[in-house]
Design a binder for this molecule. Structure first.
Ligand code: HPA
Ligand code: ZN
Length: 319
């Protein structure tokens, strides 16, 4: 039976399964550059982060209305419930939609329609984290933050994603300052393809409370010591790391080494429709590849609740 857990690194657009993509394409009169779901699945062979991002952004063309975003989120929550998820902190990429003429309100209100019913329907509490695309200019992130103003009551935090190398965290200092002043939580992808230095910068310049991925911290022992000392959570995504060629095979994943070093690591799914599995599938694949025992799996599940932005009564209830 799957352990109760929190999912802390999940891009809602990355839960768009081929079947739903074609259903929404038909509903919205959008033509996809693939004949059918089988041909689309064949495109799921990535050489790095950018090759994935190209397909990820292209498929979003099918998401147009509030109902599309509600259907997307509801499909994720239904699957997550079956994988033991009791709390989900969900990323979304507003600029990937506003750039196509879909307003941010359509995205946030559509997602919220599904999230509002999640506790009652699936027993999953939820939060929304708005991510800025780091390969877009800082001015675009600032415009996005301003456009999100009327919807901020639905948003718990901000994050930073998309193409990492060459787009250091410090580029987004100003918008993170505004987010902090608005009382939002802060996270950022760092150390997935980018260097360990980006992790340090995300902590020091952006004031983030969690690091998404963070795998490359292992190249800097002083940084590892700090992450251990400060118990900064890292949201690892093992199947994503293999599919995007950050590591060769799951057997090479440094998770055990990270746990032994005292790092607060969690296991998550990133973009499950693209990377071959939802969060419990990541747990199971790691267990099989690394020979993790039940106690280690329990530690990982407990870490997910420790690292979550939960209020204390709910955290205690879930731990
Ligand atoms: N890394 C960076 N950006 C992303 C990812 C990722 O793994 N998934 C969706 N956007
Ligand atoms: Zn991610």
């Amino acid at each position: 039976m799957s352990l109760p857990k929190a999912e802390l690194h999940l891009h809602i657009e990355g839960t768009l399964e081929p079947e739903l993509a074609f259903a929404l394409a038909a509903r919205n009169g959008v033509t996809l550059p693939f004949a059918d779901t089988e041909e689309l699945r064949h495109a799921y062979s990535f050489s790095d982060l950018q090759s994935f991002l190209d397909l990820y952004y292209a498929l979003m063309a099918v998401l147009r209305t509030e109902q599309d975003f509600a259907d997307l989120a509801d499909a994720y929550l239904a699957r997550a419930a079956g994988q033991g998820v009791r709390h989900a902190e969900i990323f979304f990429d507003p600029q990937a939609h506003t750039a196509r003429g879909v307003e941010i309100g359509t995205v946030v209100e559509g997602l919220s329609r599904a999230l509002e019913r999640s506790e009652e329907r699936y027993g999953i509490s939820t939060q929304l984290i708005m991510c800025f695309l780091r390969d877009e200019p800082a001015a675009s992130a600032l415009e996005t933050f301003e456009a999100a103003g009327p919807h901020l009551h639905r948003i718990s935090g901000v994050g930073l994603d998309s193409a990492e190398v060459g787009n250091p965290p410090a580029k987004f200092r100003e918008v993170y300052e505004l987010a902090a002043a608005a009382g939002l939580r802060r996270v950022a992808h760092a150390g997935e393809e980018g260097p360990a230095e980006y992790i340090r910068e995300a902590l020091d310049v952006l004031g983030v409370e969690r690091i998404d991925h963070g795998l490359r911290c292992l190249e800097d022992q002083e940084l590892v010591a700090r992450l251990v000392r400060e118990q900064v959570p890292l949201t690892l995504c093992p199947l994503s790391n293999v599919r995007l060629r950050c590591i060769d095979t799951l057997a090479d994943h440094p998770l055990r080494r990270m746990l032994d070093a005292g790092l607060l690591v969690t296991v998550n799914s990133d973009d499950p429709a693209y990377f071959g599995g939802y969060v419990e599938d990541n747990f199971t694949a790691l267990r099989d590849a690394l020979g993790l025992d039940r106690e280690t799996l329990r530690t990982l599940a407990a870490n997910s609740f420790k690292a979550a932005f939960l209020d204390e009564p709910r955290r205690r209830a879930l731990l």
